[in-house]
Design a protein around this ligand. Structure first.
Ligand code: AMP
Ligand code: GLY
Length: 420
């Protein structure tokens, strides 16, 4: 089958890499892709937020399956537009993507489904939000309601910080995403990410992971999109996994189906676990980045069968074949990230790295100029390795990272510390 993947990051590079290993994959196109993806697939420069343009491109290129990587096209209804054109699509409808695109929507679903999550209140008025914060006190969490590229959440340790966040959000620093805020109880515990495929009825777990959101070693510094991840997450015992499925995920999926907007795609459940009890932090309606890179390394080519079964509503027929292994991904970012950073700096040494089912340097933000690989984003490379133990995966990934010659980039040296 001819397959089109939408997206341009390390997540999409790892999806392309795994899908390509499946003999069912004939032609593989990634739009828009990046320099690393271009080495294993065709790249096409189309506007992936324009469902009509994607549908036309898919028809012209005899595409039979479209896999949507990032949240923006999902929230823009691209999956709906492609399904209306008769295409097979992996990714939820615009209505179901609300589980990521609106925090207040998700909170209302949790209420209806009786799913454990932080207590909250929803505001469209800054004064009301401020007086709620003064009543509740700190620590407290302030969230812009809409999509804010991972930057719309302020975990405030003091009341002043929370009040400043309200000022920022109603001043428009987060665009339309800040016109509405959700204020939440601060939850303590250990975080983990749980990924399940859902075809509207059947739920199939495909892995767990933990990521590191802070920029610097020791979980210090500003929040980022994620500086590294590892899979599986040791905190996700069988008992906690079952509780998350029974108390949070199944009731959410049932509620979505009951409302006539069944969820079809991958549900990324951010959980906070304390005293053996998982609570929902947030949902995303796509694979995590860089969590996906770890999952793809562990799943390999079977991922195409899983995504296709999900899109064809046949998940009840399929099983995941698990190896008892571990994967770890180290993000190399441009100096200055998540703040301002240079573009176009040259990265050398990539050709010397091993590339096999245990080692991959996935490209997140790269381009090729004059035959050289250059940085073209904040998060630039995801050095990912697999091993029989987490320690082995860690050792392999860091051995690769040390051989990348990129003076203008940095990476954390302690990915996986909690589990090692
Ligand atoms: P989100 O974008 O909702 O995942 O939030 C980003 C990060 O903020 C999460 O990964 C958590 O570390 C933290 N966070 C969000 N909500 C809460 C909460 N209610 N209590 C504690 N930490 C939270
Ligand atoms: N790594 C977190 C995310 O993809 O949202």
């Amino acid at each position: 089958m001819n397959i089109l993947i939408l997206g341009s990051g390390g997540r999409e590079h790892s999806l392309a890499w795994a899908i390509k290993q499946n003999p069912k994959c004939d032609r593989l196109i990634v739009a828009p892709g990046n320099a690393g993806i271009a080495a294993i697939a065709d790249c096409a420069d189309i506007n992936i937020l324009d469902g009509g343009a994607v549908a036309t491109f898919a028809e012209e290129n005899a595409i039979s399956f479209v896999v949507i990587g990032p949240e923006a096209p999902l929230a823009a209804g691209v999956a709906d537009r492609l399904r209306a054109a008769g295409l097979l699509v992996f990714g939820p409808s615009e209505a179901a993507a609300q589980l990521e695109a609106s925090k207040s929507f998700t909170k209302a679903i949790c209420d209806a489904a009786n799913a454990p999550t932080a207590a909250y209140a929803h505001f469209t008025d800054a004064d009301a939000a401020r007086s709620y914060i003064r009543d509740q006190g700190a620590p407290i969490v302030v969230k812009a309601d809409g999509l804010a590229a991972g930057k719309g959440v302020i975990v405030a340790m003091t009341e002043d910080e929370a009040l400043a966040a309200i000022d920022d959000m109603f001043d428009g620093s987060f665009g339309d995403a800040g016109a509405e805020v959700v204020i939440e109880e601060f939850m303590e515990g250990e975080e983990a990410s749980f990924f399940v495929l859902c075809d509207g009825k059947t739920i199939l777990p495909v892995g767990t992971a933990q990521d590191h959101k802070r920029a610097f070693d020791g979980d210090l510094g500003p929040n980022t999109g994620g500086m590294g991840a590892y899979s599986p997450a040791p905190v996700m015992s069988d008992e906690i996994t079952q509780k998350a499925l029974d108390e949070i995920i199944r009731p959410t999926m049932d509620e979505m189906a009951k409302r006539g907007t069944p969820f079809q795609g991958v549900l990324f459940c951010g959980l906070m676990i304390q005293n053996g009890q998982p609570r929902l932090v947030e949902y995303n309606v796509r694979f995590g980045d860089p969590e996906c890179q770890c999952l793809m390394m562990r799943l390999g080519g079977q991922i195409l069968d899983l995504l296709q079964a999900c899109a064809e509503q046949r998940l009840h027929e399929i099983k995941v074949n698990w190896a008892d292994d571990h994967a770890l991904s180290v993000v190399m970012a441009a100096n200055g990230y998540p703040g301002s950073h240079a573009k176009g700096t040259v990265i050398a040494g990539l050709n010397s790295l091993p590339e096999d089912s245990f080692h991959m340097a996935f490209h997140a933000g790269t381009a090729e100029t004059d035959g050289k690989i250059v940085a073209n984003g904040g998060r630039v490379l995801n050095i990912t390795a697999r091993g029989a133990s987490l320690a082995e995966a860690h050792e392999k990934a860091y051995a690769m990272a040390q051989n990348v010659d990129w003076p203008d980039g940095f990476y954390r040296s302690d990915i996986g510390w909690r589990a090692l």
